[in-house]
Structures are given as structure tokens and as C-alpha cells.
Design a binder for this molecule. Structure first.
Ligand code: CIR
Length: 255
């Protein structure tokens, strides 16, 4: 069960966020409303939500998932691979918020880079995508830290997606949403794989929160598959975040 979530209100500069999508620029006012609805859905799922202030100097800073990994034993501050995002991991208010929940705070150091959107937690084990943002040294340091706390990690090679969790979502109870290259990845054979088709690939970025699953609006086949597994679904519109490659998981730290 998750008790706590940390989010950051999107900045006025969100339209300048990094993107590979060709879907136009996010509309700030709309992004704000969608963020409020996201927080409401999380609250409904029974977690306490800590809301951090926006940081206009960092257009992507609402994607707090990338700057820390929150485990049952420690929080690990990452070192983002995207240069424009690197200093997001040094923002005092985030580090203070994490210190209020955790006695143990660890840090990834140069030349390691890692964004926690590349890390999927399955119990005490963590799958780490080796992506354009997460390098071998970042993954090595992360696994070393995890092992220090009795946790474990393994690297997953990937080529197509921005982050590991762009195409994977663990819904607990062995259920794993899989899209694109991860459908056939040997690492995930042991799971009950729920395939997400190409035309709804963005819908693979769902989050499990205490028996609810938050699903992005506009992906009816994904939604139905999740409902058929017996989960209560909360649909949240993330259209403005999609324009800059962001989704439901990226917008929060859950622990
Ligand atoms: C970026 O490119 O870094 C942001 N525009 C999107 C980050 C999405 N984060 C995530 O998937 N964990």
C-alpha cells in the first residue's frame, strides 16, 4: 500500500518542456486543471498528497518521478540524463520533503545518470531501463545502493521508449501492462502480461494506487482490460502532459 505521494504543480513554462511528440504545446491553464484532477484522484485512492510549489526555471519539473526513487528503506536522489533537468534533482523543497519521510537519503553521483521513470518497482526488486537518459554507471550505482538496503535491481536493455515506464506498468498481483518492445522482453515472461496495442501505447503508462488504477483518458481498450482484471479504475485526462512525453506515473512519487 502507498501512504504518501509527492507532486509538483506544473510551471508557467511547461510549454517549453522537452518533447519528441508532434502534438503542439501544452496549454498551461489546462495543465493546471488536469493536475488538480490528478491530485483529487490520488486523494480518492487514499494517499496523503504533498504538493510542492511550481518552479518556472524548470519546464519539466512537474515530472517529479524522475528525480527520486522512493523505496521502503530509503529515497535515492537521481541525476537526470537530460541536461536541462539535472538541477531539478537538487531542488531544496523536494529534498526537504523527502527528508521529512525518510531517515536514509542516498544520491547518484557523476558520471552516473538515471531518471526514475526508468525504474519499475516489483516488491523489493527494481527493473532499471538502460535508456538514453539512464547510463550503465547510473544503473550500477542504483543497484549498489539498493543492495545496501537488502533490495535488488537488474538492468533491462531498451531502444524504443523514452523511459522504462513509458511502456510498462506493474499493477501488483503479478499483473503487468506491456507495450511495444517490452511485450517480448524475456525479463517479463513470469508476469501475467496484459498487452497494450500500438494505437493505445500511451495508455500503458497507468499507476496502481491501493487497488485503484489511474488510467489516462482516451484509451478504452486499456481501460477495459484493467477493469476486467477486477481493478477499480479512475480515469484522468493527461492530454497536456502527453504533448511533452509525460504521463500519469511521471507526475508523482508514490511510497
Ligand atoms: C522529459 O522529456 O524529460 C519530459 N518532457 C517528460 C518526462 C516524463 N517522465 C517520465 O516518463 N517519468
Amino acid at each position: 500500500m502507498f501512504k504518501n505521494v509527492i507532486v509538483r504543480v506544473p510551471s508557467k513554462t511547461i510549454s517549453e518542456g522537452l518533447t519528441s511528440a508532434h502534438e503542439g504545446k501544452p496549454v498551461y491553464e489546462k495543465a493546471l486543471v488536469q493536475h488538480e484532477n490528478y491530485v483529487s484522484a490520488l486523494t480518492k485512492a487514499g494517499v496523503n498528497v504533498t504538493v510542492l510549489e511550481p518552479k518556472d526555471e524548470f519546464p519539466d519539473s512537474c515530472f517529479v518521478e524522475d528525480v527520486a526513487l522512493c523505496t521502503s528503506k530509503c529515497a535515492i536522489i537521481t541525476r537526470p540524463g537530460a541536461e536541462t533537468r539535472r538541477k531539478e534533482a537538487e531542488l531544496d523543497d523536494m529534498i526537504e520533503a523527502l527528508k521529512s519521510f525518510y531517515d536514509n537519503i542516498e544520491y547518484i553521483k557523476a558520471p552516473g545518470t538515471i531518471e526514475a521513470g526508468d525504474i519499475m518497482m516489483v516488491g523489493d526488486h527494481f527493473y532499471i531501463g538502460h535508456s538514453a537518459r539512464t547510463n550503465e554507471e547510473g544503473a550500477r550505482q542504483m543497484i549498489e545502493i539498493l543492495e545496501k538496503y537488502g533490495l535488488s535491481g537488474q538492468v533491462v536493455e531498451m531502444k524504443e521508449m523514452l523511459h522504462l515506464k513509458t511502456g510498462l506498468a506493474y499493477l501488483e498481483n503479478n499483473n503487468l501492462l506491456v507495450a511495444g518492445e517490452f511485450k517480448t522482453a524475456p525479463e517479463f515472461e513470469k508476469f501475467n502480461k496484459v498487452p497494450v496495442e500500438m494505437d493505445e501505447a500511451y495508455g500503458a503508462n497507468c499507476i496502481w494506487v491501493n487497488d485503484y488504477v489511474l488510467v489516462p483518458a482516451g484509451y478504452p481498450n486499456v481501460q477495459k482490460k484493467i477493469e476486467d482484471l477486477g481493478y477499480k479504475v479512475l480515469v484522468v485526462d493527461t492530454s497536456e502532459y502527453r504533448k511533452i512525453d509525460g504521463g500519469l506515473s511521471c507526475l508523482s512519487l508514490r511510497f
